[in-house]
Write a protein that binds this ligand. Structure first.
Ligand code: XMP
Length: 514
């Protein structure tokens, strides 16, 4: 059966993934594709609609990203957002210019005439704008459907009704009726009925995975986080004990991480192999201070430890053909979208290992967003504290120790971090703050030791609010919580004599210190 799907042309907007999310939440399949995809390739897949994303460039600049002009001949409905609208306008004979000061933030959409795409909207609606350029001259055959305070062409439509352009962003939460606009476009313009995807139910997913794996043996790196636990639980239900999850203890984990992973594995009935690799990791890190060198060393050590275990398991269990990865949809977009975007799941992405071991990669969560993974995890019986756990970087505490990483410094940071976590939990802020942790700084600071002076370690506290980690703001911990953390750190851990609080947003800072 031909599947109804929509393609999203990625012009590099930070919101592209939100477009995908909005479409998928309406039950419609979609794929994010490079903006330069050829019309020929698109035609073969018969999508029912094309969304053109926003993007950071200006259409009048020399290297501005283009669209294959033959795309317009396909006669597939197009919804062009922000840069997408400007791209269409420039391609079809309109004029785009740099606006005076641009329009950023909340604005009001004023509808000029009723249109099916705006069914259910009031004559005036709040929308989110983020553009420096604007459409000055409509292309021939287009009309304006709405204006805003800043621009006369906040929404446009071609006379055949196939192309819609929106200067605002319907995909962000700050445009409250954005979802309605997408729903109208998918239903009334693309003529998609809206259907839940096959395999969206738990049983459907398990069945599909069972057919895909056909009882073959599968290896996986299990960290105990919500993604790997969900991928493992699904696969276990599909192929039972032919799933061979491996937990690598790098010695760089937080207090309780390993025990928790073991408990979850036991709870899910997984046959977990635990690899003691602490010495291997500390040896690899020895003498390194540069953050990139440290990341590389940890990645390498992980691959070597995992590989050794894989060979051992093959000898014991028989041939292994599959590598299960807990990659989720945002990881897929992250690595396929903007060039140079960092691969976030560096520790799950076990490098050239699949080829070396002759393994085929299967990613059971590849089409799910984080919140969908969490819903699935609930259905799979994964404990709540795992489901709401904050993100933890693959290289572990190594990126939270500035300068050399030694077993002693890791032990100190682990204790400091545990104190911070206990106090945040006690203050009942653990579900409210997106991410919080302690960082051990390089160098020392002067301290009072008995009657004399000494030098002690410095710990920085980081707490941030964020939606997906792309941007973040520092979280204002209550005064008394900060006081309690500071006094516990310096009283319970002799070496620590100074505690500082990080009050920078991302950007310009990152969340991790490294
Ligand atoms: P930054 O520090 O770049 O981090 O603002 C953004 C988010 O990503 C997490 N992070 C990682 N996660 N492997 C991961 O799985 C990594 O190598 C890695 N580095 C950073 C970070 O904790 C934050 O949530």
């Amino acid at each position: 059966m031909e599947e109804e799907q929509v393609f999203i042309f990625d012009f590099g907007s930070q919101y592209t993934r939100l477009i995908a999310k909005a479409v998928r939440e309406l039950g419609v399949r979609c794929r994010v594709v490079p903006a330069q995809s050829s019309a020929e390739r698109i035609r073969r897949s018969l999508p029912r609609g094309l969304v053109l994303s926003g993007g950071p460039e200006s259409v009048y600049e020399k290297n501005a990203p283009q669209l294959d002009p033959a795309i317009y001949d396909l006669k597939i409905p197009i919804l062009a957002i922000c840069y997408g609208l400007q791209r269409v306008a420039a391609d079809r004979g309109g004029q785009v210019v740099r606006g005076r000061g641009g329009e950023y933030g909340l604005s009001t959409l004023q509808l000029a005439e009723p249109d099916p795409i705006f069914a259910g909207l009031e004559p005036q609606e709040p929308v989110w704008m983020s553009h420096g350029d604007q459409l000055k001259l409509l292309p021939p055959g287009f009309r304006s459907l709405a204006r805003s305070a800043g621009v006369p062409y906040a929404a446009i439509r071609s006379s055949d009704g196939l192309i819609y352009g929106l200067q605002f962003h319907p995909e962000v939460a700050q445009t409250p009726k954005g979802k309605t606009i997408f729903a109208n476009w998918l239903r009334d313009i693309c003529r998609i009925k809206g259907q839940r995807q096959p395999g969206a139910t738990l049983e459907g997913r398990i069945g599909a995975l069972r057919r895909q794996l056909e009882g073959r043996r599968a290896l996986m790196a299990f960290s105990g986080g919500v993604d790997s636990a969900s991928a493992a639980a699904l696969t276990q239900r599909a192929i039972g004990s032919r799933l061979l999850p491996v937990f690598v203890d790098s010695g760089l984990l937080r207090q309780g991480d390993r025990q928790r992973a073991e408990q979850v594995a036991a709870h899910l009935g997984l046959k977990l192999a635990v690899v003691e690799a602490q010495e291997r990791f500390f040896a690899a890190l020895s003498g390194l201070s540069d953050p990139e060198d440290k990341r590389k060393a940890v990645g390498e050590a992980f691959i070597r430890a995992f590989e050794a275990e894989a060979r051992r398991l093959e000898e014991r269990e028989g041939p292994i053909e599959i590598l299960i990865q807990g990659t989720i949809y945002s990881d897929v977009i992250e690595s396929a979208g903007a060039p140079g975007a960092r691969r976030i799941k560096s520790h799950h992405n076990v490098g050239g290992l699949p080829e070396q071991l002759g393994l085929k990669i299967v990613e059971p969560l590849r089409d799910l967003f984080k919140d969908e993974v969490r819903q699935l995890a609930l259905k799979l019986g994964i404990p709540e504290e795992i489901i709401w756990e904050q993100p933890f970087p693959g290289p572990g505490l190594a990126v939270r120790i500035l300068g050399p990483v030694t077993p002693e410094r890791v032990a100190l940071l682990r204790q400091a971090d545990a104190i911070l976590r206990q106090e945040i939990k006690r203050a009942k802020l653990d579900r409210e703050i997106w991410q919080y942790f302690a960082v051990l700084l390089p160098g020392r600071s002067v301290a009072i030791r008995g009657d004399g002076r000494g030098y002690g370690e410095i710990v920085a506290l980081r707490a941030v609010s964020s939606r997906e980690g792309m941007t973040a703001d520092w979280y204002p911990l209550p005064h008394e919580t900060l006081t309690q953390i500071s006094s516990r750190l310096t009283n319970e851990l002799d070496q620590i004599t100074r505690v500082v609080y990080d009050i920078t947003a991302k950007p310009p800072a990152t969340i991790e210190w490294e």
